[in-house]
Write a new protein. Structure first.
Length: 387
């Protein structure tokens, strides 16, 4: 039985910051951001949006009424949790209008958790083909104003429906998970911004990718020509280039050139959104599905990485008709119609996030036209509305 991604959707903020403006404000050559880091625009998330509202919207746009009747499990993968106890998936379940006979849970391991959720979903469907598992990978990447990580912020959510007989891609085996206990990026309890050793993190990422890929090859005898593309977790798009070049070196064979071109296709959407932690690999996969040179039956290698650190290399196979099984136009038009804001506006929004605040607050909804919104906090409870 084939198991995999039957539907995929994406949502991000309707506001963005142009990184040339940020470079000018920070006294940096814009090419450092555009070329050196590989980012052009950054999603700026309003205080009335969070992982629940963005994740719900990503799912709402792709689910039919019939889908809502058949979903059995909702897993939200995030490192931007809104409660230490209650799973954000419960709020998502309510906003999506799902029935009560559903399993709802939250997964955490930095940017890796989306992949853990996909593998768990595959296991559930494998045990019971009637399972329809909604996986949402949603995050807001925050490093702080005037920090080296600032240019790699962003936010958004990818929603995926994992079922038997999927229309987009099947998840294959074997997969290679890999864990090392390192402190390259973490967010202690009570802090709203991550602490990061960015260069160390980049090096650990590359080492773990090479190790996982090598082990995958030992287990399968696959070589590069077995892949039509390799897609990566992209905290910033240059990271994918660094990882792929670490594998290819100066190889200029046809397959090496093809993998480089497919990588460029897989970076296009991420360049315009920035980091969305758990969702970044899957936004890159969407970018590849839209912009890559792909055909049904071809195999894509995916490398997932979460600081701390855990990685996984696994493969997916494209299904016949995959290109019409998701709403490419909606994803692209949602990005094109975003509103550009100034650096001053971005800084004001950054500083007005709810953060760890637990006092009663009613948020100003004037600038947020989204269908799902966080309206504030009452008695230490987050209040969401649906238009
Ligand atoms: N034109 C073109 N490229 C330029 C440039 C210019 N004018 N100025 C600098 N660059 C290049 C540098 O050569 C460097 O390229 P390289 O990485 O290929 O060597 C790149 O821009 C970044 O510059 P650098 O000064 O090395 O980086 P930084 O100190 O500003 O930090 C990060 C970059 C990514 C480490 C930092 O943004 C960060 O910590 N981000 C968050 C953590 C993260 O995303 N970790 C990833 C693993 S999950």
């Amino acid at each position: 039985m084939k198991i995999g991604i039957d539907k995929i959707g994406f949502n991000t903020s309707s506001y963005y910051l142009d990184l040339t403006d940020l470079a000018n404000a920070r006294g940096v050559d814009p090419n450092k951001y555009l070329i050196g880091i590989g980012q052009e625009k950054q999603a700026v998330v309003l205080p009335t949006q969070d992982i629940v509202t963005m994740g719900t919207m990503a799912a709402d746009q792709m689910l039919t009424d019939a889908d809502r009747q058949t979903i059995t499990t909702v897993i939200v993968a995030t490192e931007s949790g809104i409660d230490n106890s209650k799973a954000s998936a419960i709020y998502v379940k309510t906003l999506l209008g799902l029935g009560d006979f559903v399993r709802t849970i939250e997964f955490k391991e930095a940017c890796y958790a989306g992949t853990a959720a996909i593998q768990a979903a595959k296991g559930l469907v494998s045990a019971n083909p009637e399972e329809h598992v909604l996986v949402i990978a949603a995050d807001i990447a925050r490093y702080g104003l005037n920090t080296p990580g600032e240019v790699t912020q962003g936010g958004g959510a990818v929603a995926m429906l994992v079922t038997a007989n999927p229309r987009i891609l099947s998840i294959e085996g074997p997969s290679v998970p890999i864990t090392r206990d390192v402190m390259d990026f973490w967010r202690p309890l009570g802090k709203t911004e991550a602490i990061v050793d960015g260069k160390y993190s980049t090096n650990v990422y590359i080492e773990m990718f090479l190790e996982a890929f090598k082990r995958y090859q030992e287990l399968t005898d696959d070589d590069l020509t077995d892949f039509t593309a390799l897609a990566f977790h992209l905290p910033f798009t240059k990271m994918g280039k660094k990882a792929l070049e670490a594998l290819l070196g100066d190889e200029d064979s046809l397959i090496a050139e093809k993998l480089r071109a497919q990588l460029t296709a897989s970076q296009i959407l991420n360049r315009k959104v920035g980091n969305l932690y758990t969702g970044s690999l899957y936004l890159s996969l969407i970018s590849l599905l839209i912009n890559g040179e792909l055909a049904a039956g071809e195999k894509i290698g995916l490398f997932s990485y979460g600081s701390g650190a855990e990685g996984e290399f696994y493969t997916v196979t494209l299904q016949a008709g995959f290109e019409t099984a998701f709403d490419k136009d909606l994803i692209e038009s949602n990005l094109e119609t975003r509103t550009k804001i100034s650096v001053a506006e971005y800084e004001a929004i950054f500083n007005s996030q709810l953060g760890m605040n637990s006092e009663d607050i009613e948020l100003n909804l004037d600038n947020d036209i989204s269908k799902f919104r966080l309206t504030g906090i009452q008695n230490q409870k987050r209040i969401y509305t649906k238009k």
